[in-house]
Design a protein around this ligand. Structure first.
Ligand code: NAD
Length: 249
């Protein structure tokens, strides 16, 4: 049995995670932590209090909050599943440093479907030489970072397949007189609005044809189930920085 606690339990993903943990027989929900307090049921209360017997913390919050949780997990020597997105390079450095002492599974997307799409995108980019690569993503109106962590992961997969380095070829903005498209670039377009849970399309645009690889999330349960699966896998692993690829291997 693995003792799990949720950080960001009152949030959209937190709610989906409470449900997912409660339906996973191998996991016990020992804490629902958030800065917001709420009573969920007779036995479950969301509060800022950390539980004593904890094996793995699942974090879906904001980067600043993740760093606070990281310190607490280091102090308690417990593993962490990090689903939060929008980290700066410095913040990411802190996560990498902590992974020298505790096991951490970090992924911008915990859905199984997206992780398969990543492999398809890498393969397509490898074979569709000479095609232009563009990534379009859509999310609900409350999302605070752009492009999404998933769009960036798809960009990394496409760059890897095409033999490029994403940071050298990524184009995040186009406005005004942009000039013609650089054939090596990988462009990102962002749509925000309504209640879209998460749509991603990678386009490979050639002469007279195009290939589109699309993933659409219709609710948050797929992310939550993947994160719980990652937490069960992480329990007992040595210190290190893992990804969903390791969990599914
Ligand atoms: P949300 O705003 O609904 O929830 C965030 C929660 O974090 C809130 O309840 C908030 O009170 C809590 N929080 C913030 N700071 C805190 C602190 N210092 N201490 C304790 N709690 C704190 O957001 P959401 O839609 O649930 O998304 C959360 C994060 O997860 C975002 O970064 C989002 O991009 C990411 N996300 C990742 C995946 C994935 O598969 N990796 C999927 C969906 C969302």
């Amino acid at each position: 049995m693995t003792n799990l606690a949720l950080f960001g339990a009152a949030g959209r993903m937190g709610q989906a995670l409470i449900h997912a943990v409660q339906h996973q027989p191998a996991a016990r929900l020992v804490g629902a932590i958030d800065r917001v307090e709420a009573v969920i049921s007779d036995t479950l209360r969301i509060s800022p209090v950390w539980p004593d017997q904890l094996d793995v913390l699942i974090d879906f919050t904001r980067p600043e909050a993740t760093l606070l949780a990281l310190e607490e997990c280091l102090r308690r020597n417990v593993g962490m599943v990090i689903g939060t997105t929008g980290f700066s390079p410095e913040q990411l450095g802190a996560v990498q440093a902590a992974a020298k002492q505790i096991p951490i599974c970090l992924s911008g997307n915990f859905s199984i479907g997206v992780n398969v799409a990543l492999q398809l995108v890498e393969q397509a980019a490898r074979q569709l030489q000479g095609f232009d690569i563009e990534i379009v993503e859509a999310h609900h109106r409350h999302k605070v970072d752009a492009p999404s962590g998933t769009a960036l992961m798809l960009g990394e997969a496409a760059a890897l397949g095409a033999g490029r380095v994403l940071k050298d070829v990524a184009v995040y903005e186009r406005h005004g007189h942009t000039g013609a498209r650089d054939s090596q670039s990988i462009g990102f377009s962002t749509v925000r609005g309504g209640d879209v849970v998460g749509d991603h399309t990678v386009l490979f645009l050639g002469e007279g044809e195009r290939v589109e690889i699309t993933h659409k999330a219709s609710n948050r349960s797929n992310f939550a189930q993947g994160a719980v699966r990652a937490a069960l896998w992480l329990h007992g692993q040595p210190a290190g920085l893992y990804s969903m690829r390791d969990v599914l291997a």
